[in-house]
Structures are given as C-alpha cells and as structure tokens.
Ligand binder design. Structure first.
Ligand code: PBG
Ligand code: ZN
Length: 338
C-alpha cells in the first residue's frame, strides 16, 4: 500500500525503491538475511567446585552459579532440553598452592568433574579450560619465576602438558588452553599425542587480551591475581597486528580452533583473524560483557533480550563460528520460539 502510494506520488522517480523494496515484506527480509544465529553455535561455561547440592549464585553475574558436580549433572539435563550440547568447564579447587597441583591431579576438581559429567552425559561435548590461575595461591596462570616476578613460561609449558593429559584421561572431548604462554599449543599437542590422545582437538585462546572485562569471572572462579596483573602474558588491547600474529602462530603450532577474547570490544580483531586464517574461529563473550547487559536490563535501561540477540549476532557477522557465552540458555530459549 505504502509502496504503491509512494510510486504514484513521485511517478516512478523515487529513490525509495533502491533498498527499501527489499525490506517491505518480512518473508523477503528472512530470505535476504546474511547472518544467522543457531543454538549449535554456543558453548556454555560451568564453574565447578567440590561438595554436594551446591549452587551459589554470584552477585556480579546474576544467573551464573558455582556448582558442585551433582548440580552440574542436573544442569546438563536443562541444557540438553534447550538444545545446548556443548559446555566448557572451569574448576574451583579446595586447595591452592604455588604450582596449582590440583589441576594436575587425577582426583582434582576438574578431572573429577569431567569423569562424572561424561559418565552421566556421554552425549554432552565437554571442553576444559586449561590454565593454572584458579589453582595457584598467587592467582597467576603458571609457575612463578622468582626473579622476573611473573610466570615462568617454559616450566609452565611442562605443567600444561601434564594438565592436558589428566583432562584427556578423564574423558574430555576438547581442550582449551587459556594462559597465553608462548609455545603452549606445541607443548600440549606433543603431550597429548605422546599419551595416545591424538584425537583430542585443541581450541586455543589464541588472541586473548589483558582485559578489565574479566572482572566478574574472577569473582566466580576465585582467580584474581594476588599481586600485579596479567599484562606480561595477555595481550595489550591496543595491538591489532600482534593480535593476528598471535593467532596465526597458534595455527602453525597445530591449534584446531582459534579464539578471540573478549568479543564485544574486539569485533575488529575477530574480523582481522577471520580474514587471516582458514581455521574455525571461536569468540569468548566474557563475564564483564554479560554483566553489563544483565545489569542494564535489570535497571530497565535496555531491552535485555533484544540487545543480547543483537550482540550475539554481531559476533557471527564479525566472523565467529563458535560463541562461548553465559547468555546461551536465554538465547536458546528465544531461538526455539522464533
Ligand atoms: C583463565 C580464564 C579467564 C577467563 C577465561 N579463562 C580469566 C583471566 O584470564 O583472568 C575469563 C572469562 C570471562 O571473563 O568470562 N585464564
Ligand atoms: Zn589463567
């Protein structure tokens, strides 16, 4: 109606036809949609601690919980009901020490969680975050060099290999090293292959920035560094060329999937990495990004659901294949209705 009217009024000379005639009909809009979101795109993070019947909500991340293994097993039923088939696990150990021993122990929190979750849900695709910051008493992502007062790269590589094999023996489906150590993919691949786990893929946190957006995560995972920061191993947010270089280096070392983290403030980097590799690309929609939307929604400042879906779509449009996100359950519900 409106369309016809406009044409009559301007005798066919209107510019209105140029883009807008493709936008008038909702079916045509669907036909012309370039980017789509699917529940298959999501990996949902779970935070596991020891005990039974524990499900602690974290104040800085409403809707996100620390859970005991039994509760995580129940949560997997909920996730599968929503069509979510993939989780990434973070462990919160009972005891921390200078090297993060719990992470390398077959009876540690992570190994136990993987074993029990896979036993209850063989069809759930379980990835583990591979790092030491949750397990060390100093909160850094590896063993400390006393002189440099930061993480000793090469000793940490050996421990990452040990940790990876512990996860693999427990039955993990994929390993995601997040510590930004140089050479970590070579070291982990070698350790896995030598232990008979050549079939386990590595999703590298290949381009990970030293970001203030991780703040709420460190409350949930109890992993804030007790001194200093992570800027001697995580990337400078100002660097774009180096961001590509980091991911390409991990590809050369044998990573199967690359990652950009955080996601929202780094959409340009997602596109840059996308255009420089043929590997699949994941993004981590991190804790601070989640909490900003949650809190703004709760304050009535934004339409939470619409802003969430628009944000997730933006990651796909920028070039992501996989989205690790705390929004996964809410987004899956919306996608199921659409
Ligand atoms: C551990 C790790 C962190 C995140 C994922 N793995 C925290 C950090 O590097 O301090 C952050 C995830 C989030 O903020 O949601 N190295
Ligand atoms: Zn870490």
């Amino acid at each position: 109606m409106l369309y016809a009217l406009c044409f009559t009024l301007t005798k066919g000379k209107t510019m209105f036809a140029r883009f807008r005639r493709r936008r008038l009909n909702p079916v045509l809009r669907d036909l012309l949609t370039e980017t789509t979101l699917s529940v298959n795109d999501f990996i949902y993070p779970l935070f596991i601690r020891s005990g039974e019947g524990i499900k602690n909500e974290v104040a800085s991340m409403p809707g996100v919980f620390q859970m005991s293994i039994d509760e995580a097993i129940k949560e997997c039923d909920v996730l599968k009901e929503l069509g979510i088939k993939s989780i990434i696990l973070f462990g919160i150990p009972d005891t921390k020490d200078s090297v993060g021993s719990d992470a390398m122990c077959e009876h540690g929190i992570m190994a136990s969680a993987v074993r029990e979750i896979k036993a209850a849900h063989p069809d759930m695709f379980v990835t583990t975050d591979l790092c030491f910051c949750e397990y060390t008493d100093h909160g850094h992502c590896g063993v400390l060099d006393p002189v440099l007062e930061t993480v000793d790269n090469d000793i940490t590589l050996k421990n990452l290999g040990l940790q990876a094999v512990v996860h693999a023996k427990a039955g993990v489906d994929m390993i995601a090293p997040s510590g930004m150590m140089d050479g970590m993919i070579t070291a982990i691949r070698e350790a896995l292959d030598n232990a008979g786990f050549a079939h386990i893929p590595i999703m590298s946190y290949s381009t990970k920035f030293a970001s203030a957006y991780y703040g709420p995560f460190r409350d949930v995972a109890e992993s804030a560094p007790s001194f200093g920061d992570r800027r001697s191993y995580q990337m400078n947010p100002a660097n774009r060329t180096e961001a590509i270089h980091e991911s390409i280096e991990d590809e050369k070392e044998g990573a199967d999937i690359l990652m950009v983290k955080p996601a929202l403030a780094y959409l340009d980097i997602i596109r840059d990495v996308r255009e420089n590799t043929k590997l699949p690309l994941a993004v981590y929609n991190v804790s601070g990004e989640y909490s900003m939307l949650k809190m703004a929604g709760k304050a009535g400042v934004i339409d939470y659901e619409r802003v969430m879906m628009e944000t997730l779509l933006a990651f796909k449009r920028a070039g992501a294949d996989i989205i690790i996100t705390y929004h996964a359950k809410e987004a899956a519900e919306i996608l199921a209705k659409a």
